[in-house]
Design a protein around this ligand. Structure first.
Ligand code: PLP
Length: 234
């Protein structure tokens, strides 16, 4: 299967899931996750219509940035405070903000570049100890703190990585819990809190995530095939 036909297939499934939840295919943004894939593969995806790509490591963004055609870059993985400075002028949105400490650093670097950075708050609704993110109970407080003290940040919504469930139906409650918080902010728009994105769903579970209300899916394997993690050791 080519990258193009994989993208077409993901888009088809995305459209079906959107329809099931009373929305249009275009209401759900597909972010192609390109970690461990080469600039050549990424450019092929861009030629096939991909407008947004996601990387989970700062180093990979730095390494590939100049070799990839113009596209919107998303930082979707855990971000260390000392690395914010490398990507602040490269990405359009940071999906993985889970502490005020990290938000303050993003705010500081954004101010230095005279820009406003869009972020999502990462919510760990399953309270999975192996994952980053804050609990559903902590979400309101973190949003309040960031919106009061970080003028160079605009909070655009929430992100969630559900635990890997053998039966993907079992992931629904985790997505639904985050959607519930998301909905509470829908009519509370300010300059700094302007919800637009609910980032939920990966290769294994994106159809269920969209049915539960996700409007941004992060899909890697279904587009590019399996990743060769041995590459990381180089
Ligand atoms: C790798 C990754 C994805 C994509 O995973 P696939 O299963 O390959 O679709 C999505 N989100 C995050 C945060 C990731 O690190």
């Amino acid at each position: 299967m080519s990258i193009k036909s994989n993208i077409d297939y993901v888009n088809e499934l995305k459209a079906q899931a959107a329809e099931k939840s009373g929305r249009k295919a275009d209401d759900v943004l597909l972010v192609a996750v390109t970690k461990l894939h080469t600039p050549a593969e990424i450019n092929e995806a861009i030629d096939a219509g991909i407008t947004d790509i996601g990387e989970n490591k700062v180093q990979e963004i730095m390494d590939k940035y100049d070799a990839v055609k113009p596209v919107r870059w998303h930082l979707i993985g855990h971000l260390q405070t000392n690395k914010v400075k490398y990507i602040i002028d490269k990405v359009c949105m940071i999906h993985s903000v889970d502490s005020f400490h990290l938000a303050k650093e993003i705010n500081k670097r954004a101010a230095q570049h005279d820009l406003t950075m869009d972020i999502l708050i990462q919510v760990n609704s399953a309270m999975d100890e192996n994952k980053f993110g804050i609990t559903t109970d902590e979400t309101d407080e973190l949003i309040r703190q960031i919106s009061e003290e970080c003028p160079n940040i605009r909070i655009r919504g929430l992100m969630c990585i559900a635990p890997f469930e053998e039966n993907v139906e079992d992931a629904r409650p985790y997505f639904a819990a985050v959607k519930k918080i998301y909905d509470r902010y829908a009519d509370r728009k300010t300059d700094r809190v302007d919800f637009r994105y609910l980032s939920m769903g990966m290769t294994h579970d994106f159809q269920v995530a969209v049915e539960e209300g996700s409007n941004l899916i992060r899909v890697g394997t279904a587009i590019f095939g399996y990743r060769d993690y041995r590459k990381e050791e180089k």
